[in-house]
Design a protein around this ligand. Structure first.
Ligand code: SF4
Length: 348
């Protein structure tokens, strides 16, 4: 009977190295295999060239590859490319390439879970059940595939990675950290962790864990409301992780790591875009160095929110700027495609 095969990219580097050495091959053979798997991104044992045939056969007997495949692509007039990715068990997730050609910035937004358990009321992904976590390799594959899109469409490599797609990255903690390690290591894509931002809706104890683990990437908090009552009404996670506990955890993260911190703030018309909301937001910005990214809302069906009117948004941003807060307004990208996170993966 054939042995049950394991996904070769799901076992730890230590286990694979030990297995190769225990079966009589020298250590450097592991290094070669790891290079083919991660840096050269091969997904078939027959493509691994410079290792002995018996090692190739041994690996093929015990392991398999479970690569992510592009299932559907939508390209926006503004250059945004949204891809629906199919996982080996037919689950679907989304990855988005957001080019800003004039700034030479090519950002990929990746998913970390299939669906999401957190039910934020404004989010298309929140309407789907959480099915499972993505493996580190599945996160890595999204970046590799979108990097190929960036090269073929714009002749430019990715410059930035944001974990802001489907799912809550800190609820898939180990695989997210392993994927960052792969992206930033020389054995993987060799990208600086300073180019990587992990975005969370705010789980205080996991933010403290990031600090204790001395991560090197940037942290973004999806804030969206600067007082507890409003925030809890759109993000149930705020009931167990109120703003005070989150600000304490982020202060701890800042003190321990000095990594960059940002607040993401989707502006909803007449919900969180008043001067009083801006005043509350300024107070939160005094706790540690932070920049605010105000995001234009993409309307989704079944949700009552509308995006803020331009003049209200400008007044809101001016109030923050006048008080020394660094603010960027991010226009919605991909308006002519299914731009909101989760919309494409949720389609038949
Ligand atoms: S905003 Fe993020 S955490 Fe909230 S439901 Fe959507 S994917 Fe989940």
């Amino acid at each position: 009977m054939e042995p049950v095969k394991t996904d070769i990219r799901a076992i730890t580097a230590e286990s694979l190295q030990k297995l190769i050495m225990d079966n009589g091959w020298p250590r450097y053979r592991y290094d070669q295999v790891a290079e083919w798997i991660w840096k050269k991104q091969k997904t078939a044992f027959s493509e691994i060239k410079n290792i002995p045939k018996d090692l190739r056969e041994f690996l093929a007997l015990h392991f398999e590859f479970l690569p992510v495949l592009i299932d559907k692509i939508q390209t926006s007039k503004d250059g945004t490319i949204k891809s629906r990715m199919k996982l080996h068990d037919d689950h679907l997730v989304e990855s988005v390439l957001i080019p800003v050609v004039k700034d030479n910035r090519y950002t990929v937004c990746v998913s970390s879970q299939v669906g999401c358990s957190l039910s934020c009321s404004f989010c298309a992904t929140g309407q789907m059940k959480r099915m499972r976590n993505l493996t580190a390799a599945e996160i890595y594959d999204q970046i590799v595939l979108v990097n190929e899109q960036a090269l073929s469409s714009y002749n430019h490599r990715l410059t930035n990675i944001v974990y802001m797609g489907m799912g809550e990255p800190l609820l898939n903690y180990n695989n997210v950290l392993r994927s960052v390690e792969l992206i930033s290591s020389e054995q993987g894509l060799g990208m600086s962790p300073k180019r990587i931002t992990v975005s969370t809706v705010g789980i205080a104890k996991m933010i403290r864990k990031l600090a204790d683990d001395q991560v090197k990437f940037n942290l973004a908090l999806s804030l969206h409301a600067a007082d507890d009552a409003k925030r809890s009404s759109i993000m149930p996670i705020n009931d167990q992780n109120n703003l005070e506990s989150l600000m304490e955890a982020i202060s701890y993260f800042h003190t321990s790591t000095k990594n960059r911190i940002s607040f993401e703030y989707i502006a909803f018309d007449n919900f969180n875009d008043s001067i009083e909301d801006a005043r509350n937001l300024v107070n939160l910005c005094r706790k540690f160095p932070v920049r605010v990214n105000i995001i234009e809302y993409n309307t989704i069906s079944g949700v009552e929110f509308e995006k803020s009117k331009v003049d209200r948004l400008d007044t809101f941003a001016k109030y923050l700027r006048d008080r020394g807060v660094t603010v960027t307004i991010r226009k919605s990208r991909g308006k002519d495609i299914d731009a909101a996170c989760g919309q494409l993966a949720n389609q038949g």
